[in-house]
Ligand binder design. Structure first.
Ligand SMILES: [Zn+2]
Ligand SMILES: [Zn+2]
Length: 254
């Protein structure tokens, strides 16, 4: 499968983008960066987005992706999230105040709503257009769940933001065909306390998480904070685990 990394940082400036991934051009994970890096036509090809949690850096472009869908001939965009995450998204963002609830408005071009929300039960695999998707809770400041995406015999795990966690690793270890794991390392090792307090990882705790992962596939650190990206990169390299990599904003073929 093809993984297009539109945003691989936990902060943004002119050259670094917020979390947003696209698989085979039609399935997105997180929406920090989608519309801002995709043409109108590319956006119309996205059929579904999985949202790990409601922090602004993971949903920034979602209101605009939905809004644009309202004037496209593509069918509804399906937004997936774990049930508790979906409740927060609807009550805090698509609440008619921050943004309209486009699931209740019929698009004049398709006679269908622009968006459909699908809340997932954690741990239960659902199928959508031939791909399997399992939401698995992770440890963050607010309700958050990563996702294991299975497609054509290959699988990728995305944790989204997380501190030390376990359930998603157990599920990943049992999943056949894992070709990549995308997790995070937000802060450098000398900011471990901040990483712990905010339920994020540093390269040190990323290294501890690696020990829980038994699959032989690259494990990518995303969500680096911009000023520390070089420190984090060298600290990841110093783990001396050939699976450990930093995630770059580029296209991967897996
Ligand atoms: Zn984040
Ligand atoms: Zn977060």
């Amino acid at each position: 499968m093809r993984l297009k990394v539109l945003g691989a940082y936990g902060a943004s400036d002119a050259e670094h983008n917020l979390t947003g991934y696209l698989i085979d051009d039609w399935f997105a994970v997180d929406a920090g960066t989608l519309t801002s890096k995709l043409s109108f036509a590319q956006q119309a090809r996205i059929q579904a987005v999985f949202i790990t949690h409601t922090h602004a850096d993971h949903i920034r472009d979602l209101p605009h992706l939905i809004h644009n869908r309202f004037s496209q001939t593509a069918g509804p965009l399906t937004v997936f999230a774990a049930k508790d995450v979906m409740e927060l998204l609807i009550s805090n963002v698509f609440n008619g105040i921050i943004w309209p609830d486009f699931s209740t408005l019929i698009s004049p071009l398709t006679n269908k709503p622009a968006v459909i929300y699908r809340a997932l039960t954690p741990g239960k695999k659902v199928m959508f257009e031939g791909i399997g998707m399992t939401a698995v809770p992770v440890h963050h400041q607010i309700p958050a769940a990563g996702v294991i995406v299975e497609m054509n015999g290959q699988a990728i795990t995305f944790t989204g933001d997380t501190g030390p966690t376990s359930e998603i690793w157990k599920r990943t270890n049992k999943t056949p065909g894992v070709v990549a794991v995308v997790t995070e390392a937000s802060f450098p090792n000398d900011q471990q306390q901040l990483a712990d307090d905010t339920a994020h990882l540093s390269p040190n705790t990323f290294g501890e998480e690696l020990k829980k992962i038994t699959v032989d596939a690259p494990v990518y650190a995303s969500h680096r904070k911009i000023p520390y990206e070089r420190d984090i990169e060298s600290q990841i390299r110093n783990l001396r685990d050939r699976r450990a990599r930093v995630l770059l904003e580029k296209n991967y073929t897996l």
